[in-house]
Design a binder for this molecule. Structure first.
Ligand SMILES: Nc1ncnc2c1ncn2[C@@H]1O[C@H](COP(=O)(O)OP(=O)(O)OP(=O)(O)O)[C@@H](O)[C@H]1O
Ligand SMILES: [Mg+2]
Length: 285
């Protein structure tokens, strides 16, 4: 699994590779939690590439309901169908017709279980929805079937590989956690982050990349409102390549650190602590 994920462009920690391997074998969903920008969404994309499956993505938000997540009737088409009907036709005949598959709009969850080829289903940022939605999801994840009142039971044609992500803005229910394997993604260690930087910005010289990753680790040690994530490390590396910077001098750091740190109070703290250390490191011994 680790090699496969690497080939798919994702450098996993050992735990990540293990949990994905087990999830695939056991046929269980994975709940991925961790701070923003540590590669939760990217993991699902990489799994889809690795397993050569389509990625079906459900982006969660407050107020997301079944009509947007599961299915919806195509009212407009139903209306047209009714209007096209001859006056004499009985209501029963029309009703049978307009509540058929042809008038159903599949949303991501239904699409994922009714797909002929198994897919990877990413339910992104599940913590943004409410508990009611979670309960509906539980039913789907345990039975792999849904009941549409007018149509009856729809059973899964194939089992998707399910990945749920959460930024931990609210505690998820025990019931949901129990059905999933759990993976906590954290900021990577220096060596793995260095590899990730290489992967995304091969143009950045090795020496620079190492310095950059070390500085990011230094910044993360400070007590910030929002520590820089892998996404910010990559952005910073790209910016330095674009600017053609060949050394991480205090000046370069000061002029580009807003890519890394995005709160005014954090900026001040980082400028003071890290800027000074960089200047110190630049002096001959
Ligand atoms: N292990 C990794 N290997 C390769 N690239 C990675 C890895 N981890 C993160 N990245 C890169 O970091 C960036 C951010 O990752 P991603 O968007 O998946 O974060 P996230 O955890 O979903 O964040 P958010 O919670 O804000 O949605 C992406 O560009 C991704 O390619
Ligand atoms: Mg994400």
């Amino acid at each position: 699994m680790a090699t496969g994920l690497r080939e798919a462009g994702y450098l996993p920690a050992d735990a990540t590779a293990l949990v994905c391997f087990l999830a695939e074998r056991l046929g269980k969903p994975v709940l991925v939690e961790g701070p923003a920008g540590v590669g939760k969404t990217e993991l699902a994309k990489a799994l889809a590439r690795l397993l050569d499956r389509t990625l079906v993505r459900l982006q969660c938000y407050e107020g997301l309901d079944e009509a947007k997540a599961l299915y919806e009737w195509n009212y407009r088409k139903q209306l047209l169908r009714i209007q096209a009907e001859d006056q004499g036709t009985g209501w029963d005949a029309v009703q049978d017709d307009i509540f058929g598959h042809e008038f159903l709009l599949e949303r991501p969850l239904l699409a994922a279980i009714s797909s002929v080829d198994p897919v990877v289903l990413l339910i992104d940022e599940i913590d943004k929805t409410d508990q009611e939605f979670e309960a509906m999801l539980l039913e789907l994840l345990s039975d792999f079937q849904i009941t549409i009142p007018e149509l009856g039971r729809v059973e899964a044609r194939t089992r998707p590989f399910v990945l749920l992500t959460s930024n931990n803005t609210r505690e998820l229910t025990e019931a949901l956690k129990r059905r999933c394997l759990y993976l906590w993604l954290d900021y990577p260690g220096t060596e793995r982050e260095l590899e990730i930087v290489h992967l995304h910005t091969p143009e950045l010289p090795e020496q620079m990349a190492r310095r950059l990753v070390e500085v990011v680790a230094m910044v993360r040690e400070l007590d910030l409102r929002k520590p820089p994530s892998i996404a910010e490390t990559i952005d910073w590396a790209r910016a330095l390549v674009l600017l053609g910077a060949d050394d991480l001098t205090p000046e370069v750091f000061r002029s580009t650190m807003s890519i890394l740190v995005k709160h005014r109070t954090d900026l001040a703290l980082v400028a003071e602590r890290v800027g000074v250390r960089l200047a110190g490191a630049g002096q001959p011994a």
